[in-house]
Ligand binder design. Structure first.
Ligand SMILES: [Zn+2]
Length: 257
C-alpha cells in the first residue's frame, strides 16, 4: 500500500490526507501515455527523454476536493467520449460548434485545470504563474462559481493528426501574452492535451472584448471550435525539427563521452 501523505489541501486549505492528484485529468492522457507514445521529448539538449505512463500528478487535494473536481471532469469527459446530448455541428470547412455542455461544470473544469497548473510544483508546469488570480480561482472552484463568460475564459481549438483527433500529443504549457486593441496586455497560457489546444485567458470580463469572448464557452453550453491539421502548422513542424536537432546533439555528446 502506498504511504499516506498528510498536508494542507491546495483547494480547501484544510489539513487532511492528500490524494495523488492529477494536474491534467488522466482521461486526456490515456493516448499520450499509451505504448509506444509515452515519451517526453525536450527541445532542451540538457534534458533527457523520459517515459511517462501516468500523466502528471502530485499530492495536492484531499478526498473531498478530488470529488468536487471529479464532477467537473465528468462533464469534460462528455466531449471525449461523445456522450449523448453533446453535438458537433460543422459551421464551415475548418470551424465547428459544440453544443450541449453544462456551462457551470465545464467552465469550472477549465478553471480547475488552469489553477492546478499554477499551484503545481512539477517543473513541466513552471511557466504557469497566476499571481493574485490563483486565489480568485481557488475560491471560484471551491464555491462552484463559474463566473461570467469572459471571466478567465478559455478558447479551445481542435488539432488533427492524419485526419484523427491528435489526442496522443501533450505540450508543456507556455505563457503567451496577448495585446488587446486598446494596448492592454492580457496574460494567456497555451497547452495541448486531449486533441485540443487550450488557450486560457487570465483576465476578468471587463478587460476582454466581445470578439475574443465569443470564442469562449457560452452560457447555453456551446462553444466554437476551429480545426487544424498539425502537419500543416509551421509551429508544429518547427518544434519537431527542434526535437530532432536536440536528439542528434544528445546522441553526439554520448558518442564523444
Ligand atoms: Zn480539500
Amino acid at each position: 500500500m502506498a504511504k499516506k501523505v498528510f498536508g494542507s489541501c491546495a483547494l480547501c486549505q484544510q489539513s487532511k490526507e492528500l490524494r495523488d492528484s492529477h494536474i491534467i485529468s488522466l482521461m486526456f492522457f490515456k493516448d499520450v501515455c499509451a505504448e509506444p507514445y509515452g515519451l517526453e521529448i525536450s527541445v532542451d539538449v540538457d534534458k533527457f527523454n523520459k517515459r511517462n505512463r501516468k500523466g502528471y500528478h502530485e499530492h495536492l487535494l484531499c478526498g473531498d476536493c478530488e470529488s468536487r473536481v471529479n464532477i467537473y471532469e465528468n462533464e469534460a469527459s462528455r466531449i471525449v467520449r461523445n456522450a449523448a446530448g453533446v453535438t458537433f455541428t460543422k459551421v464551415s470547412d475548418d470551424i465547428g460548434q459544440v453544443n450541449g455542455l453544462d456551462y457551470t461544470r465545464f467552465k469550472l473544469f477549465q478553471l480547475s485545470i488552469l489553477w492546478r497548473m499554477s499551484v503545481s510544483k512539477l517543473p513541466i508546469f513552471a511557466d504557469v504563474k497566476l499571481g493574485n488570480n490563483e486565489e480568485t480561482l481557488r475560491l471560484m472552484i471551491l464555491n462552484g462559481d463559474a463566473g461570467e463568460v469572459a471571466d478567465y475564459g478559455c478558447n479551445i481549438e481542435a488539432r488533427l493528426y492524419e485526419g484523427e483527433s491528435a489526442s496522443q500529443f501533450f505540450s508543456q504549457p507556455t505563457h503567451q501574452p496577448i495585446e488587446l486593441p486598446n494596448g492592454e496586455v492580457v496574460s494567456r497560457y497555451e497547452t495541448m492535451f486531449g486533441g485540443y489546444v487550450w488557450h486560457f485567458f487570465v483576465a476578468r470580463s471587463a478587460k476582454i472584448p466581445p470578439f475574443i469572448s465569443k470564442l469562449f464557452l457560452q452560457k447555453d453550453g456551446s462553444f466554437y471550435l476551429a480545426y487544424e491539421e498539425l502537419m500543416e502548422m509551421d509551429s508544429f513542424k518547427q518544434t519537431i525539427a527542434e526535437m530532432v536537432l536536440a536528439e542528434r546533439k544528445r546522441a553526439a555528446r554520448k558518442h564523444d563521452a
